[in-house]
Design a protein around this ligand. Structure first.
Ligand SMILES: Nc1ncnc2c1ncn2[C@@H]1O[C@H](COP(=O)(O)OP(=O)(O)OP(=O)(O)O)[C@@H](O)[C@H]1O
Length: 247
C-alpha cells in the first residue's frame, strides 16, 4: 500500500514499545538475555548502559534488523515487520553511516522521501527542522560529524513518525547542538511521540530524559522514572552502582 504524499498533520495514535524476553547470542557472547521493558509515548526514555552492554543489539531487534533468538518487541502492539507503514511509524537513526559521499544532503533525503511517497516540501521541512538547510546542497562527504548526525536525524524525521529510536544522537554535536537536540526531542515527546534514546553520556541524559532503562552485560539492570535514579545524587552515581564500574 502506497502512503499518501505530503505530511500528516493529524496526530498519530500513541505507540508504546513493549519488549519481552528478548535474547540474542553472537557465538559465545550473550549480547541480550531476557530483555524486557516498556517505553511510553509522550516521554523521552534514556536507554543507558556501558560499552558493549547490548543496547544497539536490542535496538536492532526492535527494528527488525536482527532476528532475536527468543522474545518479542512490539511497536504499538505489532512487530516492526508487521507494521503497515514501518518508516512512517518509526524513525530510526542508528549509526551515521551509509551516506553516499558525492550525494548532497538534500538528495540523500529526496531518495528516502521518494521511498516514503513524500515530496520535496517534506525534505525542505526536515532540513529546516534539523538546522542543515544551508548545507543541504553540498556533498555529504564534506559534512562534519555533527552535520552527518543532523542529516541522520532529518532522515528519521522524514515520515513524521510517532516513534523515534536514536542511538547516541549527540555524538559529534557541539554544546549548542546538544542543547538544540535536547529541545527538539523534548518537543517531539511533548507532541505525544515515543522517543527512545540510547546513550552513555549520563550528564546529557540527565538533562533530557523522563524515564531511564539501564542495561548491563546483556540484561536490564533497572528501569524507572529519572527521579528514582537521582534521589541520592547525580544519575552517574546510580548508574555506576548498577553497572559495577569503578567510580
Ligand atoms: N554482529 C555481531 N557479531 C558479533 N558480536 C556482536 C555483534 N553485534 C554485537 N556484538 C557483541 O554483542 C555485545 C553487545 O554489543 P552492542 O553493540 O549491542 O552494545 P552497546 O551497548 O550498543 O555498546 P556501545 O555503547 O559500545 O555502542 C558486544 O560484546 C558486541 O561485541
Amino acid at each position: 500500500m502506497r502512503p499518501p504524499s505530503g505530511t500528516d498533520t493529524a496526530m498519530h495514535p500513541p505507540h508504546r514499545l513493549e519488549l519481552r524476553g528478548l535474547a540474542k547470542r553472537f557465538g559465545p557472547v550473550a549480547a541480550a538475555a531476557d530483555v524486557a521493558f516498556d517505553v511510553e509515548p509522550g516521554r523521552v526514555t534514556g536507554f543507558l548502559g556501558p560499552n558493549g552492554s547490548g543496547k544497539t543489539t536490542t535496538l536492532r531487534m526492535l527494528l527488525g534488523l536482527v532476528k532475536p533468538d527468543a522474545g518479542t518487541a512490539l511497536i504499538g502492539g505489532r512487530a516492526y515487520r508487521d507494521l503497515p507503514a514501518p518508516a512512517r511509524t518509526v524513525g530510526a537513526a542508528l549509526e551515521a553511516k551509509g551516506l553516499h559521499p558525492a550525494r548532497s544532503g538534500r538528495d540523500h533525503l529526496r531518495v528516502h522521501a521518494a521511498f516514503l511517497g513524500l515530496g520535496d516540501a517534506r525534505v525542505d521541512a526536515v532540513l529546516e527542522q534539523t538546522g542543515i538547510a544551508d548545507a543541504a546542497r553540498r556533498r555529504a562527504g564534506g559534512y562534519s560529524t555533527g552535520m552527518r548526525q543532523r542529516l541522520n536525524l532529518a532522515t528519521a524525521l522524514l515520515g513524521d513518525p510517532p516513534v523515534l529510536v536514536l542511538d547516541e544522537p549527540t555524538n559529534g554535536l557541539d554544546p549548542a547542538g546538544i542543547a538544540w537536540l535536547r529541545a527538539l526531542l523534548k518537543g517531539l515527546a511533548a507532541e505525544g511521540r515515543t522517543v527512545l534514546v540510547a546513550s552513555h553520556v549520563l550528564a546529557e541524559a540527565e538533562r533530557l530524559v523522563d524515564d531511564v532503562v539501564v542495561m548491563h552485560r546483556g540484561r536490564i539492570a533497572a528501569t524507572g522514572p529519572l527521579a528514582a535514579f537521582t534521589r541520592r545524587g547525580p544519575l552517574e552515581d546510580a548508574f555506576l552502582d548498577l553497572t559495577g564500574a569503578p567510580a
